[in-house]
Design a protein around this ligand. Structure first.
Ligand SMILES: Nc1nc2c(ncn2[C@@H]2O[C@H](COP(=O)(O)OP(=O)(O)O)[C@@H](O)[C@H]2O)c(=O)[nH]1
Ligand SMILES: [Mg+2]
Length: 438
């Protein structure tokens, strides 16, 4: 991390302005080589200064430059931000100028990585920055902000410090074998493991919500040809996205569109009708429909409500919906929500049911929402298994070293979530809590 990196921080294309970021120990030298200004406050920290950037051929652009002196910058290093005119060519020329003046191109995520390595943020916060940028719903944005503030990181650190205490406890027993282990102590340890496991389980419960917040809910609309699947997609989207026709087998490829319903992101997938067919293209469509079903969070099974209910097949676990309730020969069925893709009747109920199904029980999407991602989930699951083993070992007369090892593994997994290592910390914890001279 001794080199100085540069990159455009704003999206490519034309814009009023663009931002170029430079970070590393040589940031200010690089700036001094290419930037000239009449301002006497040029070298002041955190002051935007107007001036010009020039290369050997003359002026490249008029810009504002701002210095952030280490460690008070996003990366924790000396950083320069250059606000220039937002054109593809202008920004490319400025970058080239920076590269020949002592910078190298930044790798993807390298500024954030430096922020992490310099201890400005933990890994969950680094991830939250990406979540924040990618958020497509208010809920996702709120959850990301909360994580960026460090609320998830704080929870993980809390778990970690509990585990550290337990490890310290065990290590002390191992270090002083002449002292008998008080059975009450063993019970206390067991209770501690139990408590941490419960907290981990609580966090794991938010994994589903976390995935939905970050990725959205996949809804496969399936059913027989002509049930009105494409009409329903169009109705929910409020646009004529898919071709609707009375000819069965019109939809052949799967059509996917995203929509926000009641603050949640849904991906609606319209599929070919499920039926046996001799047409090879339609058959491929049916195969794709089946694939959409297997990858869906919710399978919305649409039936034509004018067909006799006796002949209806139900798909287990799917959300059953009967279409065409506007027609006189519509036959209601208590197992299915009655809707009309033509008139829009029943859509509110349908949306409410979709939203309801997408929520995992016990997880509120309210203000306090914290939801883990799949990486956190993987580490937490490993830690939980480790703790189960610890608990089992504690109830036998297994060597304490073995138990301590397992406990350290749990600690290690938890530490990986925020990106900290553990051995130094364990030592510190032991020495600070127990008097070795005893
Ligand atoms: N009356 C009525 N007709 C509908 C309704 N939904 C779809 N249709 C008609 O049913 C036919 C098949 O619709 P389509 O959406 O293409 O069905 P898909 O094969 O399941 O995608 C078309 O002629 C639609 O106009 C509805 O709610 N009411
Ligand atoms: Mg269709």
């Amino acid at each position: 991390m001794n080199d100085t990196i540069a990159a455009i921080a704003t999206p490519p294309g034309e814009g009023a302005v663009a931002l170029i970021r430079v970070s590393g120990p040589g940031s200010f030298q690089v700036l001094d080589r290419v930037f000239s200004t009449r301002s006497k406050r040029n070298t002041e920290d955190r002051r935007s200064v107007f001036g010009t950037l020039s290369d050997a051929d003359g002026m490249v652009d008029q810009v504002l430059s701002t210095r952030f002196r280490a460690p008070a910058s996003f990366t924790g290093e000396d950083t320069v931000e250059i606000t220039c005119h937002g054109g593809t060519l202008v920004t490319a020329r400025i970058l080239r100028l920076l590269f020949v003046s002592g910078c190298r191109p930044a790798m993807p995520g390298e500024f954030t990585r430096r922020a992490f390595e310099n201890g400005k943020i933990d890994l969950t916060q680094a991830e939250a920055i990406m979540d924040l940028i990618r958020a497509r719903t208010d809920q996702a944005l709120r959850a990301a902000s909360r994580q960026l503030e460090g609320q998830l990181g704080a929870k993980i650190l809390d778990l970690r410090s509990h585990l550290l205490e337990l490890v310290a406890h065990l290590e002390a027993w191992i270090d002083f074998p002449e002292e008998d282990i008080d059975p009450a102590d063993s019970k206390c340890l067991q209770a501690g493991v139990c408590k941490v496991s419960a907290s981990i389980r609580e966090l794991l419960h938010t994994a589903h919500e976390g995935r939905i917040l970050r990725e959205g809910v996949r809804v496969a609309i399936v059913g027989k040809p002509n049930a009105g699947k494409s009409s329903l997609l169009n109705r929910l989207l409020g646009s004529n996205r898919a071709i609707v026709s009375p000819v069965a087998g019109t939809t052949r490829d799967t059509i996917e569109e995203s929509i926000v319903l009641e603050g949640r992101l849904f991906h609606l997938i319209d599929t070919a009708g499920l039926r046996e067919t001799a047409d090879s293209v339609e058959r491929e469509g049916v195969a794709r429909a089946e694939m959409a079903i297997s990858g869906a969070d919710i399978v919305l099974h649409l039936v034509d409500g004018t067909d006799s209910p006796a002949g209806r097949e139900w798909i287990p676990q799917s959300l059953e919906v009967a279409n065409k309730c506007d027609l006189p020969d519509f036959q209601a069925d208590e197992r299915a929500i009655a809707v009309s893709s033509l008139t829009g009747e029943g859509m509110c109920e349908l949306v409410a049911r979709l939203v309801g199904r997408s929520q995992s029980p016990g997880v509120s999407g309210g203000e306090s929402l914290l939801a883990i991602n799949s990486r956190h989930q993987a580490h937490l699951e490993v830690a939980l298994v480790n703790l189960q083993v610890v608990s089992d070992l504690l109830s036998t007369s297994a060597p304490l070293e073995l138990t301590a090892l397992e406990l350290r593994s749990a600690l290690d997994s938890i530490g990986r979530i925020v990106g900290s290592t553990s051995t130094e910390d364990i030592l510190g914890e032991i020495f600070s809590r127990f008097c070795i001279g005893k």
